[in-house]
Design a protein around this ligand. Structure first.
Ligand code: PEP
Length: 251
């Protein structure tokens, strides 16, 4: 069985000022050095260089929340993966449900972004997850299969060798409703099995994060599930103490 180092990723969304992101990154970096999990923060694109300035030799990693499919050209308002790489980013969150819902990103667009991120030498954090309506209609497996298959069919299972998947049930994001550890484990196992049907070694090495109202008081039971390899954290990542408590729950 592959040893998977847990990853705790903070998605700061559209929050912060230059000063507050420096303060938050400084506090997180000071507290994460002794942990065995990998700790990542993803500020807005405009704050990336400020956060890069406080990383130094700390154990904290830096990522972005989105990027363009294209490397350069006439794409007003976009930021490319190669630009993010120049600013010290190692990961890019892609296909977050907020981007799928509010910015109409299809699974094919998300797959194209994954390719661009990997070509820039970075690691995509591919978000998948169902809405409440889809869960109630018994469509969890088919929805997530469609989101994974856009990458599998286009780039092959090799794309998952340098990838993190985040299972984020849409109904649990920012709502205070968390999937039960059993509900989350079931979907994580399903994701791993789908990748394993293409290549078992890739599936066993793949880190699959859970996201959706993870807090210090529910993190440990979620992370104790066999196929949950850490978390993608929204609201609780904006408070250093809460975020570090979640990191500690992951080891
Ligand atoms: C997220 O936005 O990815 C997320 C999981 O948010 P929250 O932790 O606030 O539910």
């Amino acid at each position: 069985m592959a040893q998977r180092q847990p990853l705790i990723a903070g998605n700061w969304k559209l929050n912060g000022s230059r000063q507050s992101v420096v303060d938050l990154a400084t506090a997180v970096s000071a507290g994460c050095g002794q942990l065995s999990c990998e700790v990542l923060v993803c500020p807005t694109s405009v704050h990336i260089s400020d956060v890069l300035g406080v990383l130094g030799n700390t154990a904290l990693h830096l990522g972005a929340q989105n990027c363009a499919e294209a490397t350069s050209g006439a794409f007003t308002g976009e930021v490319s993966a190669t630009m993010l790489a120049e600013y010290g980013c190692e990961y890019v969150i892609l296909g977050h449900s907020e981007r799928r819902a509010m910015y109409h990103e299809s699974s094919d667009i998300v797959a194209a972004k994954c390719k661009a991120v990997q070509e820039a030498g970075l690691t995509p954090i591919l978000c998948v997850g169902e809405t409440l309506e889809e869960r109630e209609a018994g469509q969890v497996e088919s929805v997530i299969a469609e989101q994974l298959d856009a990458v599998l069919n286009g780039a092959g299972v090799q794309a998952f060798e340098n990838m993190v998947v985040a299972y984020e049930p849409v109904w649990a994001i920012g709502t205070g409703k968390t999937a039960s550890p059993e509900q989350a484990q079931d979907v994580h196992a399903m994701i791993r099995a789908r990748i394993a049907s293409h290549d078992n070694a890739t599936a066993q090495a793949l880190r699959i994060l859970y996201g959706g109202s993870v807090k210090p008081d529910n993190a440990a039971t979620l992370f104790s599930q066999v196929d949950i390899d850490g978390g993608l954290i929204g609201g609780a990542a904006l408070d250093a103490e809460s975020f570090l408590a979640i990191c500690e729950a992951a080891g």
